[in-house]
Design a protein around this ligand. Sequence first.
Ligand SMILES: Nc1ncnc2c1ncn2[C@@H]1O[C@H](COP(=O)(O)OP(=O)(O)OP(=O)(O)O)[C@@H](O)[C@H]1O
Length: 112
Amino acid sequence: MKEISAIIKPFKLDEVREALAEVGVMGLTVTEVKGFGRQKGHTELYRGAEYVVDFLPKVKIELVIGDELLNPAVDAIIKAAFTGKIGDGKIFIKNVEEVIRIRTGETGNDAV
Ligand SMILES: Nc1ncnc2c1ncn2[C@@H]1O[C@H](COP(=O)(O)OP(=O)(O)OP(=O)(O)O)[C@@H](O)[C@H]1O
């Protein structure tokens, strides 16, 4: 199993969630975060305003999936979150050792 952690522009959240649901992702976690990338010190547009601040509002999406869903999920995120402007975000991928559904005790791929 893999964990995808994607930092995206907040206004892209609905589009990304829909794209992930379409490829079969059954659950995810969303957190409002702040961060910076290479554009630090440069301006970035957020809700029509130009920011020269160090930290910009972003949304972090975390999802754990079976290996077979990794490529479709990554492709869906890239397609839905892309604007072509700086600050579109980044995707991090990690291996996950175990998943347990608390209600049923199911583990592994059955639990994601
Ligand atoms: N190496 C990193 N580690 C952790 N978080 C990061 C890293 N790089 C970027 N982020 C997070 O992702 C957000 C978006 O990154 P961003 O798209 O600005 O990256 P970038 O490398 O500057 O790419 P671009 O040139 O497209 O702007 C940042 O605000 C930050 O929250």
